[in-house]
Design a protein around this ligand. Structure first.
Ligand code: ZN
Length: 287
């Protein structure tokens, strides 16, 4: 099943993508939040949708794609999880997963504009496979970890490299601007993705392919990451884990390439759909 949400910020509603058509499922009574994922909501919705599909309102194609899930308790990111990305940044391959957070207020819809933060000179892209937690996870074994996963979605982990690396302290400053975390367009449930460790992913800037890899290149796979993180914190239903980006980010080019107003970024993962953002200046958006 493919879950998505639609509508303007603050008035977003749950939907199911079936074929090319989005169906409003708000009559079912639950949005895609912690309670939904924590109460076997996916199975319940699947049955409800089968019985009620014809009475669900069809969402017109031009209505905004909202983030595919409600704002989670945590948006956790993994750094340097692809060998060639570690090489292009000059970093050593980690012996344990590198973990950092991204503010959940950065989350936006898959086709929303990317708003460059005020004063940004080094905003960069990162296509990533993101995992949505389905069942509370605390000290779970790697063998059991995938049972705690609800599904997968596309995340573009936008990063302001100057804020991230040259302003002191943690990555979070460069990762958390509004619109820096488009999630979606859809959450594809785990039953439809038999092996998340074998998915092609790519990213284009203005039509030129700059990232192209397969999740089989990840240093730490999904099961390992869920298990690992659960040793340090409780993962709640609906939490999102972004599993790191392959090589081909702008800061890895010589000379580096960063985003400017008017650029168009498009990225996708096999089976999970495509997301696309137009880049705009903060000043333009906020006067
Ligand atoms: Zn990242």
């Amino acid at each position: 099943m493919k879950l998505c949400r639609y509508g303007e910020p603050g008035a977003e509603r749950p939907a199911v993508l079936d074929g090319d058509q989005r169906f409003d499922v708000s009559a079912w009574g639950h949005d895609y939040d912690e309670r939904f994922f924590g109460s076997a909501g996916i199975d319940g919705l699947r049955e409800w949708f089968r019985a009620n599909r014809e009475s669900c309102p069809r969402v017109p194609a031009d209505v905004r794609h909202a983030p595919a899930v409600c704002r989670p308790s945590k948006l956790i990111c993994i750094g340097f999880n692809y060998l060639k990305h570690a090489e292009e940044t000059g970093a050593e391959l980690p012996s344990e997963p590198i973990v950092f957070f991204k503010a959940t207020s950065a989350i936006c819809g898959a086709y929303d504009d990317l708003v460059l933060p005020r004063g940004s000179r080094k905003s960069d892209w990162e296509v990533e496979l993101a995992v949505v937690i389905g069942a509370r996870a605390s000290y779970v074994d790697e063998a059991d970890a995938l049972n705690h996963v609800a599904g997968y979605l596309v995340h573009n982990d936008y990063s302001e490299r100057e804020f991230q690396l040259e302003r002191g302290g943690q990555y979070v400053k460069g990762k958390s601007a509004d619109t820096f975390a488009p999630l979606g367009p859809v959450l594809v449930t785990r039953d439809e993705i038999p092996d998340a460790g074998r998915l092609d992913l790519w990213l284009k800037v203005n039509g030129e392919t700059v990232q192209e890899a397969n999740t089989s290149d990840m240093v730490f796979g999904v099961a390992k990451l869920v298990s690992y993180l659960s040793q340090f914190m409780t993962l709640l239903p609906g939490d999102v884990i972004s599993t790191g980006t392959p090589n081909g980010v702008g800061s890895g080019f010589d000379p580096p390439r960063f985003l400017k107003p008017g650029d168009v970024v498009e990225c996708g993962i096999a089976g999970l759909g495509i997301s696309k953002q137009r880049v705009v200046a903060w000043e333009r958006r906020n006067g």
